[in-house]
Design a protein around this ligand. Structure first.
Ligand code: AKB
Length: 318
């Protein structure tokens, strides 16, 4: 019997993964946890408050619910991490180390941990960044992701922990709001467009970044976790890619649906973070090892979001 514990379940990715994993395994078999109060998406099933830096509590929940798999998503994202480097290091590293040690000691079946394109820095190849490009990030968040990837690989090699990971690009969904990331503008922009407001972008108009629609990100996660262990050749974290675009290009895509939409630009400190990241990513290892292939491009994502976002109630969106 699969029993899943999700940390950071109220976050943008966590909310969606909780819903889909509950559909697959049954609501009672997916325990959502977060330091925050449950949002409506995760409230329909077991929920526990959890600070992932509290190893005893993580272990107590793993024991109490007889957990077999952990999706460890709790973390501080790039923009927030720059504002609080001590918390970023503590939360992102201690949380992961706690989960990996529990996975080793309790012989959990599998662990999922998200890495990010933020592992790459200015010296990485900008276009089609290869899987094994140098990982010398210039952000605190990136540093925690590089160290986290090494921890995952170490626990796999040394203790046989079956931990799997993806280097997500910016994730764009309409069901919940992201918090504290550099790519968040590409979610906020749709809310402003539907509210018929001008969107002020905190990046330059030509700041190109790798991005992915949430449906593709969720599918990638489930597919990676379902892949046979012996087919996985990457135990740090897999590059995955879908779309790359600039703020100007996403605005043009929205204008096709909402012709009156306007965007203006007021770049802040997040522009520097964006400029240090790749423009696009080579994901051939993921395609080869577990048949990864995205389904959405920029215009199909825009259409889907603009059609479905207005159907969400205010409570659901929060
Ligand atoms: C962020 O902007 O911090 C994240 C990421 C790219 O990992 N979305």
């Amino acid at each position: 019997m699969t029993k899943i514990l999700i940390t950071g379940a109220c976050g943008q990715l966590g909310s969606e993964l909780t819903t889909i994993l509950r559909k697959i395994h049954g609501a009672d078999n997916v325990i959502a946890t977060d330091i925050a109060d449950p949002n409506p998406q995760v409230a329909e099933g077991p929920f526990e408050h959890l600070d992932v830096m509290d190893k005893d509590k993580v272990e107590e929940l793993v024991n109490r619910y007889k957990v077999t798999e952990v999706y460890h998503l709790a973390a501080l994202l790039s923009a927030n991490a720059e504002k609080n480097i001590d918390l970023a290091w503590k939360l992102n590293m201690e949380g992961l180390l706690n989960v990996l040690k529990i996975a080793r000691d309790k012989e959990l079946k599998k662990v999922f941990w998200p890495s990010s394109i933020a592992v790459f820095g200015p010296d990485a190849q900008k276009k089609g960044t290869p899987q094994n490009s140098p990982t010398n990030p210039s952000t605190m968040y990136g540093i925690t992701k590089v160290a986290g990837e090494q921890l995952c690989n170490y626990f796999h090699q040394k203790f046989g922990v079956d931990v799997r990971s993806l280097r997500y690009p910016g994730l764009i969904g309409y069901k919940s709001l992201p918090g504290g990331g550099t790519t968040d503008y590409a979610v906020d922009i749709y809310h402003k467009a539907l509210a018929k407001e001008t969107f002020t972008c905190f990046l330059e108009k030509d700041a190109v970044l790798p991005m992915m629609y949430m449906d593709d990100a969720v599918k990638a996660t489930i597919d990676l976790m379902n892949a046979p262990s012996e087919s996985l050749t990457v135990r740090t974290s897999y590059n995955i890619s879908a779309i790359s675009f600039t703020p100007e290009q996403i605005a043009a895509s929205i204008k096709k649906e909402i012709p009156g939409f306007e965007i203006s630009y007021e770049p802040d400190y997040r522009q520097q973070i964006a400029a240090s990241w790749p423009d696009s990513i080579d994901d051939s290892a993921a395609r080869k090892d577990w048949n990864w292939k995205p389904a959405f491009d920029l215009d199909s994502m825009t259409k889907d979001i603009l059609e479905n976002l207005p159907k969400m109630s205010v409570a659901e969106k929060e």
